[in-house]
Design a protein around this ligand. Structure first.
Ligand SMILES: [Zn+2]
Length: 365
């Protein structure tokens, strides 16, 4: 069984997230300056969410080309031999973070964030495959380092968008049973309710909206990406990045995003950041708008005003055609050239964020 945050244990899951300010989505802006400066999430005439700027997504028209490339290049993205095992020591998570900020990268975009006394789990995808079916689709390179049963009590689960490698039905169904609060992008509520998340535990955010979790403020910020769990429901739910600001620390979870000027804007409004977590994998010249890759991630980190960069969305699933180590190897080059400090932990190892670099080199094994 997964632990439940003490506040929730007292209030009971049915009592609603007492420590979480649920915003009225129909209400006014929470912070006028933020609301004015950030692009609002908008929908087109067909009701589908739009990106902050024109964005090309590899659509069904690309399918024949993708199949050809998959046959010739598909295996390049997989490790030559099994990786791991990786294991989180759950005892470490029972002690408070020495610096107040500790981060455990659990692979891909799943992170356990301990920020000024609260615990947030991002985009948990514990399933063996990031796919709409169990028998095919991208398979994990290694089992998750931290079983759900070993998770410490959580204050919130943060869901950036509905893609399979970020929103996994089996994982959510297991976590939902704990009554943990879920903060997600606009439009994801129906999916979560279908999977058994109590309605009172869900807080949907549009870009610029915030939710309070303990002493931390979570603000949804724009990203340049897309959504959909099939070819038929594209962009019916929103995609976001998030700023997490506590009394002592300020961090940025970039989730999935292509390059866009929004990083500069987010940096100006919310930065500087003690830590940025930005995607570096699954890039390709066939879809340059929706994933940025290591070089653009380095630029985004600087635009955001980040002090330390922890790369995510790599080394876990084969979602593109690049060799699986290429994202981190290219990031190391870009970081060296631009003086960017990197946090490169072994999957599952809790890292106290001190501002110092850490290069575990786990991918070289
Ligand atoms: Zn995605």
């Amino acid at each position: 069984m997964v632990g439940v945050a003490p506040q929730e244990a007292e209030n009971g899951p049915a009592g609603g997230p007492q420590h979480l300010t649920t915003l009225d989505m129909g209400g006014g802006p929470t912070d006028p300056e933020v609301q004015e400066a950030l692009p609002r999430a908008q929908r087109g005439p067909d009701g589908k969410y739009l990106n902050p700027l024109p964005t090309s997504v590899a659509g069904p028209g690309m399918l024949p080309r993708m199949i050809r490339r998959y046959i010739t290049e598909g295996r390049r993205g997989e490790p030559e031999h099994p990786l791991g095992p990786f294991r989180t020591d759950p005892a470490v998570l029972q002690t408070p973070a020495a610096t107040g900020l500790r981060v455990t990268w659990l692979g891909h975009s799943s992170l356990l964030l301990e920020v000024d006394g609260i615990r947030i789990l991002t985009d948990p995808a514990w399933g063996e495959r990031a796919s709409f079916v169990r028998f095919m689709g991208p398979r994990r390179f290694y089992p998750t380092p931290l079983p759900i049963a070993d998770l410490p009590p959580l204050d919130a689960v943060l869901l950036s968008h509905d893609h399979y490698d970020h929103l996994d039905q089996g994982t959510i169904e297991q976590i939902a049973g704990t009554g943990v609060a879920i903060v997600c992008s606009l439009g994801m509520r129906p999916i979560l309710e279908r999977w058994g998340v109590p309605p009172a535990r869900i807080t949907e955010l549009s870009w610029g909206d915030s939710a309070q979790v303990g002493a931390c403020t979570l603000t949804a910020t724009p990203a340049r990406h897309f959504s959909g769990r099939s070819l038929w429901n594209r962009n019916e739910t929103l995609w976001s990045s998030f700023v997490i600001r506590g009394p002592r620390h300020n961090i940025f979870f970039g989730a999935d995003s292509g390059p866009f000027p929004g990083f500069q804007q987010i940096g100006r409004l919310f930065g500087p950041f003690d830590l940025t977590m930005l995607e570096i994998g699954a890039y390709d010249d066939d879809w340059p708008d929706i994933h940025m890759g290591p070089d653009r991630a380095a630029e985004a980190h600087l635009a955001l005003g980040g002090r330390l960069l922890l790369p995510i969305h790599w080394g876990t699933f084969n979602l593109a055609f690049h060799p699986w180590r290429e994202p981190v190897e290219r990031l190391l080059g870009a970081a060296r050239a631009q003086g960017i400090r990197l946090l490169l932990p072994r999957p599952g190892v809790p890292m106290d964020v001190t501002g110092d670099e850490h290069h575990s080199n786990w991918w070289k094994a």
